[in-house]
Design a protein around this ligand. Structure first.
Ligand SMILES: C[S@@+](CC[C@H](N)C(=O)[O-])C[C@H]1O[C@@H](n2cnc3c(N)ncnc32)[C@H](O)[C@@H]1O
Length: 259
């Protein structure tokens, strides 16, 4: 799969690594030291994992896949209920960090404060999670290895609008999710030509019949193989520095594989 260099390199920087370690493992005081975070916007990866688990019948909790896992928090959280969890990400830096967290349970990093100022911090995998049940590897969600097998649960959290070819990723899902299994997709619908060539945007564009929203495009693409189960909005907060944040509301849809 061809990635533009800017998109492929985007998640390989130390600044983005720190941002995602804080997003996945930081507490409320670290993330928003000067004012309360917007209600319900913290612990996004843990909330995604909890939603996945409650949406997945016990008989389908053997193998789970967190596609675009970043630094691994949701994958670790899924070990609460799933026998084995595979986290896949395109970023070598993020996969290396996930593997270090699996090995050591902790990873030191620098928390950005303002400008060149940063503070030492420590990302910790919460106690009680089965780190040995999680595995991490590099991979391209648009071109997964052929022998990856199928899963009773697939989570794609805020991945779709970062892909060079989101349609190719969706086309692989029927063979990735086992019949009766669960698919959870969250997306803030932030389509940008930096990541996805405009002609490949699933939604957020004007089509012949009028504006095409991401939710409608997803339904059209998935309907032949997946039943819609539920849809909800999930807020999340990413700290850029001590006084600047991205506050987003992810469109979250849950699907059951037909068959
Ligand atoms: C917006 S972040 C979301 C990460 C995580 N799921 C979360 O909710 O915090 C997008 C993630 O997708 C990864 N990614 C981007 N393109 C990818 C691709 N083609 N295949 C796999 N992962 C990719 C990035 O490295 C990054 O970790």
């Amino acid at each position: 799969m061809i990635h533009s260099m800017s998109a492929a390199g985007y998640y390989e920087s130390g600044a983005l690594l720190a941002q995602y370690l804080l997003f996945h493992y930081g507490d409320a005081g670290e993330i928003s030291p000067h004012a309360p975070a917007p209600p319900g916007s913290l612990e996004f990866p843990a909330r995604c994992a909890a939603l996945c688990i409650e949406s997945t019948p016990e008989s389908h909790r053997r193998r789970a896949l967190d596609l675009g896992c970043a630094v691994g928090r949701a994958a670790f959280e899924l070990t609460r209920a799933c026998d084995e969890v595979l986290g896949i990400d395109f970023s070598k830096l993020f996969v290396d960090a996930s593997q270090a967290l699996k090995r050591d349970g902790r990873l030191p990093y620098r928390l950005p404060v303002e400008g060149d100022i940063s503070l030492p911090s420590l990302a910790r995998v919460p106690q009680g999670l089965r780190r040995d049940a999680a595995r991490f590897e590099r991979g391209d969600a648009c071109d997964l290895r052929a022998d990856i097998g199928s899963f009773g649960l697939v989570l794609m959290a805020n991945l779709l609008d970062r892909l060079a070819d989101p349609g190719a990723c969706l086309a692989r899902l029927p063979s990735l999710v086992e019949p009766g299994g669960t698919l959870v997709i969250t997306t803030p619908c932030t389509w940008m030509s930096q990541f996805t060539p405009r002609e490949k945007w699933l939604g957020g564009r004007l089509a012949d019949g009028g504006p095409l929203r991401t939710g409608d495009a997803l339904r059209d693409a998935l309907a032949p193989h997946f039943e819609p189960v539920a849809s909800q909005d999930m807020p999340f907060l990413i700290r850029e520095h001590a006084r600047k944040f991205q506050w987003s509301i992810a469109l979250t849809t849950i699907w059951r594989r037909k068959g």
